[in-house]
Design a binder for this molecule. Structure first.
Ligand code: TRP
Ligand code: SF4
Length: 330
């Protein structure tokens, strides 16, 4: 039997280059070797967007389109919608007994996000607990491998803790997953901020047009110490260089060298990057367009993926309920 991959996205808007280099690249690479499940975590999106449920439908569609456009193949991978699998919610409740509030509140990703969403004073219970729900996302299908960006590592660690505790208390039912990082586990924002993030408004989206990409890269932050093109540069502090490293594997070493020697100016360096990113995005834009115009086909893909995931969830939940003695009428 093939090993399983599970990973996915929170549908709070279209996906960006950070998603691509952090996780999507590995989904596409591994899908032939692993049985692959891609979750569109709409309930998790509600933990921050609960005031705007009307946005969900389109965001779910956009995230599906992004995955398909990047090369997730619906004939071999299953893309599914979290909320349509109530077994995940049930599993979340069982897991919530195995985790302390104290542990959850020390999760560094939760802390960072709580700041972004102004949840520090009053933290929704569902938001604090979404990593528990994420553990259910990962384990209902007994996933072995979870391709993620660096920010997700605390959640995978929590998942592993829950699995160990469950298995120890109730018997070996669950599988302990491993995280998988890419060559660029965290992509900084255009503003030089730690991370490309929709809520910080510092992203290049997979669907951005040529002109938008150009405009965004032109105003991206570089080495602040460089004023003239001949000044010796420090690529290690430059966001534009990090993007070269992520997307321009052929030339980034030469760019690094030229920057340090003051042999390339930031304007020229950005022009190169604009061309690299636009070349990378062009086929994705085309496939995006294809799927955006075929809403019915995309919804069919989600329906089939959800059906397949649901069947597996039902099987796992039978085992889970038996293990925790919730099987009265058997
Ligand atoms: N938390 C992830 C993100 O914000 C999305 C996600 C939900 C996820 N469930 C998952 C990722 C399960 C990996 C596995 O991007
Ligand atoms: Fe960054 Fe390129 Fe300018 Fe060097 S030349 S500081 S890598 S933009």
């Amino acid at each position: 039997m093939k090993k399983r991959v599970l990973t996915g996205d929170r549908p709070t808007g279209p996906l960006h280059l950070g998603h691509y280099v952090g996780t999507i690249i590995n989904r596409v690479k591994l899908q032939k070797e692993y049985e692959t499940f891609i979750i569109i975590a709409d309930v998790q999106a509600l933990t921050t967007n609960f005031e705007h449920p009307e946005l969900l439908k389109n965001d779910v569609f956009q995230v599906a389109v992004d995955n398909l456009a990047c090369g997730v193949d619906p004939n071999i991978s299953s893309i599914f919608i979290q909320s349509m699998i109530p077994e995940i919610a049930e599993l979340t409740v069982y897991y919530s007994m195995l985790v302390s509030v104290n542990l959850l509140s020390h999760n560094p990703t939760i802390k960072t996000e709580a700041k972004q969403y102004n949840f520090e004073k009053s933290m929704p219970y569902g938001f604090l607990g979404y990593p528990v729900s994420q553990a259910a996302d990962i384990t209902f299908c007994k996933a072995n491998l979870v391709p993620v960006g660096e920010d997700q590592l605390p959640h995978i660690e929590l998942t592993r803790k829950i699995v160990r505790k469950f298995n120890q208390l109730y018997g070996e039912v669950l599988v302990e997953p491993e995280p998988l990082l890419s060559h660029m586990p965290r992509l900084p924002g255009l503003d030089g901020g730690a991370k490309m993030s929709k809520s910080l408004g510092n992203c290049i989206y997979l669907g951005d047009s040529k002109e938008v990409v150009e405009k965004k890269i032109k105003r991206a932050v570089t080495d602040p110490k460089r004023i003239h093109p001949t000044d010796l540069g420090h690529p290690e502090v430059c966001t534009v260089f990090t993007y070269h490293k992520a997307f321009n594997q052929n030339d980034y070493l030469e760019i690094e060298h030229s920057c340090r020697e003051g042999k390339i100016g930031c304007v020229a360096c950005k022009e190169k990057l604009i061309s690299v990113i636009n070349q990378f995005l062009e086929p994705i834009r085309e496939r995006r367009k294809y799927y955006e115009e075929r809403k019915k086909e995309v919804m069919e893909i989600l329906y089939e993926g959800t059906k397949k995931a649901k069947k597996i969830a039902e099987e796992t939940l039978e085992e889970v309920r038996a293990a925790i003695k919730i099987d009265y009428f058997k």
